[in-house]
Design a protein around this ligand. Structure first.
Ligand SMILES: C[S@@+](CC[C@H](N)C(=O)[O-])C[C@H]1O[C@@H](n2cnc3c(N)ncnc32)[C@H](O)[C@@H]1O
Length: 310
């Protein structure tokens, strides 16, 4: 097998979260199979259904997980499309999503995510129709500005969007990064184009819509007793997960203006396991700097229909 191109983050708490599970765990972001391998080794009672939209990741994970024959099924596609079908078909005992890009996607220049890349691509699925080139070179001012503002929380989004448009065509990530570096001051070690690249990447891969789709599918199906573990890497995603878990855990669903509760206060779908997100220890960050911004939140659905999935 080739060198493993990605170090799984927060592996220990993920293994702990599913240590007592039995049955099917969906690894919605299979990547290079690091989390899945650790789960399969730690718990012989589980099977993994892995999803990824990146062919390169799937090929690697297939080889890596081959020793667990009969306990692994791998699907290519987006989790927002695949998960609803799985929830209808299998008694799912858990769902793991380690949202975001893999180190290989970030580091490999041909994928067009890194500041040094000669391409402008950023697609997790290399067959998807929208690439960073389209966003940077073809979006109109209003749309480009909105992407930067909403997904990068970029201050002065209009000025930057105008500068991008004035410099079209922009052929590579390198060219874009250099343009931004001339416009924005450097903050410490962080490249000034970081949030702009993040915004474009989120738009290209519809990352927030995907996360919302995954949560919607879980809310609709409420797999009894299932644990949900979601690792996020930036505040936009973490906020969506935090607020959704809070809403799911709420017993009272009366509108805020209601004087006295009329809903019988029994509407919680389950329990939040992590009151605060689990973050990487200082030794994990030293070993894998990308774990610095990772946040893990856990939720467990109620075992309402008596079929116990632990
Ligand atoms: C951070 S990596 C996961 C690494 C994995 N946990 C491991 O240990 O190797 C994220 C992976 O999720 C995939 N991914 C991200 N969003 C996705 C989506 N909406 N649908 C399917 N795969 C997605 C990416 O292609 C990438 O391979």
């Amino acid at each position: 097998m080739q060198r493993i191109p990605h170090i799984p983050v927060l592996q220990e708490p993920i293994v702990e979260a599913f240590r007592d599970s039995e049955g099917y765990i969906v690894d919605a972001t299979l990547g290079f199979g690091g989390h899945s391998q650790a789960l399969l080794e730690a718990n012989p009672k589980i099977k993994i259904i892995g999803i990824d939209r990146d062919r390169e990741a799937i090929a690697f994970a297939k080889e890596r997980l081959a020793p667990f024959q009969g306990r692994v099924e791998i699907l290519r596609g987006t989790f927002a499309t695949q998960l609803p079908k799985l929830l209808e078909t299998y008694p799912i005992a858990g769902v793991l999503a380690d949202i975001g890009v893999s180190s290989l996607q970030l580091d490999k220049r041909e994928r067009g995510f890194s500041f040094e890349s000669d391409l402008l691509d950023m697609r997790m699925d290399q067959e998807a129709p929208l690439s960073a080139y389209e966003v940077v070179n073809h979006y109109d001012l209003a749309r480009l500005q909105e992407v930067l503002r909403r997904y990068g929380e970029v201050r002065g989004a209009e000025r930057i969007a105008r500068a991008i448009i004035a410099h079209r065509p922009i052929a590579s990530a390198k060219e874009l990064a250099n343009l931004i570096a001339r416009l924005l001051p450097k903050k410490g070690k962080i490249h000034p184009a970081t949030t702009i690249f993040q915004a474009i990447r989120i738009e290209v891969n519809r990352e927030l819509e995907e996360l919302e789709g995954l949560l919607k599918a879980l809310e609709e199906h409420r797999p009894p007793g299932a644990k949900v573990a979601i690792i996020t890497f930036h505040s936009l995603e973490d906020r969506i997960v935090k607020e959704t878990f809070r809403r799911w855990a709420r017993n009272c669903i009366c509108p805020p203006e209601t004087f006295r509760c009329q809903c019988q206060k029994n509407h919680a779908l389950g329990t939040i396991i992590t009151k605060r997100p689990i973050v990487a220890s200082s030794s994990e960050v030293a070993h894998n700097p990308r774990s610095r911004s990772a946040k893990l939140r856990l939720f467990q659905f109620k075992e309402t229909n008596g079929t116990r999935a632990r």
